[in-house]
Design a protein around this ligand. Structure first.
Ligand SMILES: NC(=O)C1=CN([C@@H]2O[C@H](COP(=O)(O)OP(=O)(O)OC[C@H]3O[C@@H](n4cnc5c(N)ncnc54)[C@H](OP(=O)(O)O)[C@@H]3O)[C@@H](O)[C@H]2O)[C@@H](O)CC1
Ligand SMILES: Nc1ncnc2c1ncn2[C@@H]1O[C@H](COP(=O)(O)OP(=O)(O)O)[C@@H](O)[C@H]1O
Length: 540
């Protein structure tokens, strides 16, 4: 291991097996790293107790510990809290805890319960303050085994919502997860069984997929990545979660003009959903498109031009197409028009430059599924933007007769796999929208982009995103056109991620009212894009 090996990756996740293999040469035969992990957990616990009850002295803490190193971290953290004056009980889910850690916990005054289940009951009856969840870490597989699950069951009863939809709020105690919430699918973010939602997770060295991918990541609370001095695994991560890096936003210079900034061709809106045309046009215009050319029925044109006189309702060259926001599948002539443009983007026909970048949204997704089922193939420059229901429909359409079907519930319970599968089947870059939005592109790690506040999940919000994507894609496509080449996934994903980050940040800024979050409408998100742009460029 070279001296320069990084020891912290706060935005990237590797599979558990690679993490374990990278750290094994250093951790064998020493408890130095577990002590460092325990120190970080205890510090976070003291912070939680400070917020929750004003201090640690006399606080009631319950440590749930399993038989692996994660349980040992937790017992050592419990010992540290006992030394700070907390009343700490440990409920063990194993007959074989790591002996050194158990001994130290006992010596520090941690009460090791003879009946772990009674210890949990006692914690609840006494109005306990903080649970340390150290049942399992990266060494776990499958859902929690019965003995561990029995320890969290009474705590879950005090947690708002069902097990799958549970959230940390609305209960009288805080939960701090060690490395990751026990029982989550470590490498895929699924929920194979019950999980105690955390208010906060202290994780070590790098992120874990369970902390980036829904539904598991929604149960992790605030995530903190701690540097223990252990090496980050070599090779590409499985998930990246871009929150710190500067996003791929263009910065036009004096030599630029509207055409070098990129023209968006927008096929959006219908008699039934006219507003989608305006929202998508606003997203594109606000996100720096040099020009937006609108292709829409007269009613939509009138609506858009009344609010956005800069939009051009005439055909002409464009660098990226946005197809489908608010288009009506029942409008047959319009479907033919969309299909022609879509076919050209896939390289079959002359309506648009062959292989032209495109955002394929809402009403255009079933048309795309049909084209791919007939042998068409997308490239990474084609961005599919389904929500879970639309992803299920496209996956089902492509699965073929007699193959196991995807439905919305299956997509929602394993969105990472759904996004990867959809990208594999189509060749496209897939943005599976939600909180967070997942981006899958051929040969790339999954990218998980945190969402704005829940208020951003409002009608038309996806139309605004489609417009923002179109603007950034058109801007990037100017260079791809000049080079007369199709871009690789490594060039497209940063553009897509930047657009989602802009949308999320705009949602957050629009919703912010005096430190709290208030309702917004989709147009508020479009209007806040310039502020979001500046905030992201400033690195704030
Ligand atoms: N090594 C070090 O110095 C450092 C390690 N670090 C920490 O160690 C963690 C990794 O430790 P680990 O490899 O021991 O695995 P861990 O996650 O504790 O779980 C294994 C235990 O759980 C059990 N178990 C398995 N599946 C289960 C299930 N479904 N339901 C219930 N139980 C299940 C399994 O039982 P078994 O299969 O052996 O019977 C075994 O007892 C890592 O996440 C980080 O926190 C850091 O402190 C850095 C320094
Ligand atoms: N809970 C949530 N928190 C934040 N953003 C969300 C949430 N749910 C959905 N979103 C975002 O809202 C948008 C909804 O898109 P979509 O379902 O296509 O809406 P529409 O078709 O009405 O425009 C997506 O960008 C999605 O990521």
């Amino acid at each position: 291991m070279g001296a320069m090996s990084p020891t912290l990756a706060a935005d990237e996740a590797w599979p558990a097996a690679l993490i374990a293999a990278a750290e094994a040469p250093l951790t064998a035969g020493t408890d130095r790293y577990m002590r460092a992990a325990a120190h970080a957990v205890a510090a976070a616990a003291l912070h939680e107790l400070g917020e929750h009850r004003g201090g640690a002295a006399g606080a009631r803490v319950l440590a749930l510990a399993g038989g692996g190193h994660n349980g040992a971290d937790t017992l050592l953290a419990a010992a540290a809290l006992a030394r700070r004056g907390c009343a700490v009980s440990a409920a063990l889910a194993t007959d074989h805890p790591l002996p050194g850690a158990l001994h130290r916990a006992r010596a520090a005054g941690v009460r090791i319960a003879d009946s772990p289940r009674e210890a949990v009951g006692g914690f609840l009856e006494a109005g306990g303050d903080l649970v340390l969840d150290g049942l399992t870490g990266i060494g776990a597989s499958g859902g929690l085994r019965p003995r561990a699950a029995a320890l969290i069951a009474p705590l879950l009863d005090r947690t708002a919502g069902s097990a799958a939809g549970a959230r940390a709020g609305g209960r009288p105690f805080r939960v701090l997860a060690v490395d990751l919430p026990s029982g989550t699918g470590v490498d895929d973010g699924t929920l194979p069984g019950p999980v105690l939602p955390a208010d906060r997770t202290v994780t070590f060295t790098c992120l874990k997929a369970a902390l980036c991918l829904p539904p598991a990541c929604r149960l992790a609370g605030r995530v903190e990545v701690v540097d223990l001095g252990l090496p980050v695994p070599q090779g590409p991560p499985i998930v990246v979660r871009p929150t710190r890096s500067r996003p791929a936003l263009p910065s036009p210079g004096p030599e630029d003009h509207k055409y070098t900034r990129g023209v968006v061709g927008l096929w959006a809106g219908s008699e039934s959903y006219p507003g989608a045309g305006l929202l998508a046009a606003s997203g594109a215009a606000r996100a720096g498109a040099g020009m937006v050319r609108l292709h829409a029925p007269r009613r939509v044109e009138d609506l858009v031009l009344a609010a956005r006189p800069e939009v051009v309702p005439a055909p002409g060259r464009c660098q990226a197409a946005v197809l489908g926001p608010g288009t009506d599948p029942a409008d047959a002539p319009r479907a033919v028009e969309l299909r022609t443009v879509l076919s050209a983007c896939l390289g079959e026909g002359a309506a648009l430059r062959a292989g032209a970048p495109a955002v394929i949204d809402a009403g255009a997704l079933p048309l795309l599924a049909d084209l791919v089922a007939r042998g068409g193939r997308c490239g990474p420059q084609h961005l599919l933007t389904p929500h879970a229901g639309e992803a299920a429909a496209v996956l089902s359409a492509l699965a073929g007769a007699g193959r196991p079907d995807w439905d919305r519930t299956r997509v929602e319970s394993d969105p990472g796999r759904a996004a990867l599968r959809l990208s594999e089947l189509t060749g496209a870059t897939v943005l599976l929208k939600g909180s967070p939005t997942l981006i899958a592109s051929p040969g790339r790690p999954l990218c998980s982009v945190p969402a704005g506040p829940g208020w951003a999940g409002t009608a038309g919000s996806g139309d605004v995103l489609a417009g923002i994507l179109g603007a950034l894609l058109a801007g990037a496509a100017v260079a791809w056109e000049e080079g007369d080449r199709a871009p690789g996934a490594h060039e497209v994903v940063p553009v897509a991620a930047a657009a989602v980050r802009l949308h999320s940040r705009a949602g957050r800024l629009a919703s912010a009212q005096g430190g709290l979050s208030a309702p917004i409408v989709a147009m508020d998100i479009a209007d806040a894009v310039p502020r979001a742009w500046a905030a992201l460029l400033a690195g704030s």
